[in-house]
Design a protein around this ligand. Structure first.
Ligand code: GLY
Length: 370
């Protein structure tokens, strides 16, 4: 099977996202074409290294590209200053030059951290994203948001630094646990809900076979998600407006993630799925969309075996007032006003700060009661 290409046409910073099976095994020749001096530095994590590093290294060897690799611990706690410093210093030790190339092989944590390191190294070197989770393939590897977490919050330090190539190898999705796959699927379904009703219709029919391993369905779902992300990023690279649409479900999600301590109780993509269902519920109660829309969203998430409702999160949660306070700490608060992505129907999301506090509280209260 061949691969699909989505072009991100940002003038002066344009790149291709390739989507299809076996792209890691064939990465070497593509990367060799980007180099004058045939060497690269790879940064990955311990889990991904065990699964995919040898395949990438063999492909670079076959293409005559010298390589070295830094393997960091897996997990969100790697996306912080100490590992960032370690990565930048290691890249300097590898003598990555101004026209050199860094490869980020991993999920969202590695992509964000390595992209940020590449953005500051010698005032900016090129990097290739090889995303190894579904979430990273459809969201974080595309669009150039890079950064780390600090004690003050998540992703508060970073840079917009676009990759030079993204290789979304869909064969590696079968190495994910079912839970990680479905969490990533939360971001896929978000694209249909925010801007493409026909894609949501397609997902209702085809997502079960995509989850079961159908490669054509996987390639199409990743491609359509990346196309939508690319269109939005090209309109609004630095999130002055429309890029905020990509945060459908995220205002609720961030409050739930904070309430669960960013723990294993709730993965980010699971929170996005629950947040999308809540955003549609809120939209329906505000008379913006029909009552059937939130039911249809929830029915699809349920059919996929995903966390759908707040009550699916194990353990206790704070009350509605406390969750609203946590939402107020979201970095997407503008001038003290909560910003929501609401919808006039499936595929018709828009950004607004005009949401009555009582409406949000009533949705949260009912959600917590189950
Ligand atoms: N993940 C949201 C964005 O890239 O803007």
């Amino acid at each position: 099977m061949t691969f699909e290409t989505v072009h991100v046409g940002l003038v002066g910073r344009e790149y291709d996202v390739l989507i299809g099976p076996d792209l890691i095994a064939t990465a070497g020749a593509r990367i060799a074409d980007m180099l004058t001096v045939k060497k690269v530095a790879i940064v990955t994590d311990e889990n991904v290294a065990g699964l995919h590093l040898a395949t990438l290294q063999a492909s670079l060897d076959a293409a005559g590209v010298a390589h070295s690799a830094l393997t960091l611990p897996a997990g969100e706690s790697t996306k912080r200053w100490p590992e960032f410093t370690k990565t930048v210093e290691w890249l300097l030790e590898q003598k990555v030059e101004r026209n050199g190339l860094v490869i980020a092989l991993g999920g969202g944590v590695i992509g964000d951290l390595v992209g940020f390191a590449a953005s500051v190294l010698r005032r900016g070197v090129r990097f290739v994203q090889i995303p190894t989770s579904l979430l990273a393939q459809v969201d974080s590897s595309v669009g150039g948001k890079t950064g780390i977490n600090t004690d003050q919050g998540k992703n508060l330090v970073g840079a917009f630094h676009q990759p030079s190539l993204v290789l979304a190898d869909t064969s590696i999705l079968s190495t994910l646990t079912e839970r990680d796959f479905l969490a990533g699927y939360g971001e896929v379904v978000k694209y249909g809900l925010l801007g493409d009703a026909a894609f949501f219709d397609w997902l209702e029919v085809n997502a079960p076979k995509m989850a079961a391993g159908d490669m054509d369905a996987r390639v199409y779902a990743v491609k359509r998600s990346v196309e939508m992300k690319a269109e939005i990023v090209m309109r609004d690279e630095t999130e002055q407006g429309d890029r905020a649409l990509l945060n459908l479900g995220h205002t609720f999600c961030h409050a739930l993630e904070k309430a669960t301590g960013y723990s294993d109780r709730l993965l980010h993509g699971e929170g996005v799925a629950i947040g999308c269902a809540l955003a549609f519920e809120l939209s329906s109660r505000m008379g913006l969309c029909s009552q059937e829309d939130p039911s249809r969203v929830r029915a699809h998430l349920r059919e996929m075996g995903m966390k759908t409702d707040v009550t699916d999160i194990p353990g206790d949660l704070p009350d509605a007032e406390a969750l609203l306070t946590l939402m107020g700490q979201d970095k997407k608060v503008l001038d003290g006003k909560l910003r929501f992505i609401l919808a006039r129907g499936i595929g018709q999301a828009f950004v607004t700060s005009d949401v009555p506090r009582e409406a949000v509280l009533s949705v949260l209260n009912d959600a917590l009661r189950g």
